[in-house]
Design a protein around this ligand. Sequence first.
Ligand code: FEO
Length: 399
Amino acid sequence: MTIRTVAPGVVSVGAIDWDRRLFDDLIPLPDGTTYNAFLVKGSEKTALIDAVDTTMEMALMTNLFRAGIDRIDYIIVNHAEQDHSGLIPLLLEMFGGAVVVTNKTCKDLLISLLGIPESRVQVVGDRDTLSLGDRTLEFLVTPWVHWPDTMLTFLREERILFSCDLFGSHLATSDLFLRDETEWRRAAKRYYAEIMMPFRNSIKGYLEKVRGLEPRMICPSHGPLYDDPEVVLTAYDDWVSDDVTNEVVIAYVSMHGSTRSMVEYLVDALIDRGVRVRQFHLPSTDTGDLAMALVDPATIVIAAPTVLFGPHPAAVTAAYLANALKPKARFATVMTSYGWGGKTIETLKGMLGHLKVEFLDPIQAKGYPSPETQDAIRTLADTIRERHAQVAKDWKDSA
Ligand code: FEO
């Protein structure tokens, strides 16, 4: 627990959570996380931008005490999810004059999720401003990064953008600002894949909006802050772009080795054809690693044995994840091995409906892949190579 100066009159009062290993009972956190919160002191008013997770109550209270705060006028809520808003009811009790400032959608969520009294909320719209005296906060309403309520807050005089979840990373670090780019890039890409990727198209527009502000600093509410915003903006340009890599991600599970053999035939055939491959054994794969691997590749293959007439549950989970995260892949297919029949291909294909992909001919083998099945796998590899080459050519021609 410590406070740190971000810029004149701007103090970081958030918390580092070194130990957390699971977020929302859903997202693995191999590197912990931080909940960043910021005090902005104007000549007349003081604002707190975002709060912290309820588990970090002591850290926030200690930091506010150390910052010498005996009054908060505004609590700016960029996003209602509880890791940033959970302590707001307590803050409103402690600071009787404080007003929550947020957009209409976020206000509704704060009322329904946390019972925040409507009378304590001031609603702002896109590009509205709030004066703190010699400091001005400007609000940019940016729905769906990653909830419908999200907004960004820009401190005009210092040109600091407080972006809440957008541009964040689940990374517990003692660095206030990004200093270890290798460590950060992995955590930030993982975070983008797990949380922001489904909203790729919205984010494209927001990147333009953010650049238009010419921020000299971007302060997300998870992970290190950016005193060189181009680092994160350029990374996002790449991740959200429609450009794909000459790469296949194969997510597979195998019970008795037949599906694994199909995967191995495909991997070898792709390598022979100059296509990069990443192979993930689902029962031993971290879902965050798989999500991150889905950001760039042109093709996704799910391979699974047929169990009780349908796909192995591990493949169902992977298909559900890929469908929900909506990566930019252009092609997908399914491979299965079965003993006496089933609907594995139809089931998995039906689960990928959100992907804007061409579904390549699936492959199924009765038991171990026969020579005919091995030929079909090599034909699939030929198709993938051809499709990737065409996509690369189209991308180059459009540049
Ligand atoms: Fe960090 Fe969507 O909460």
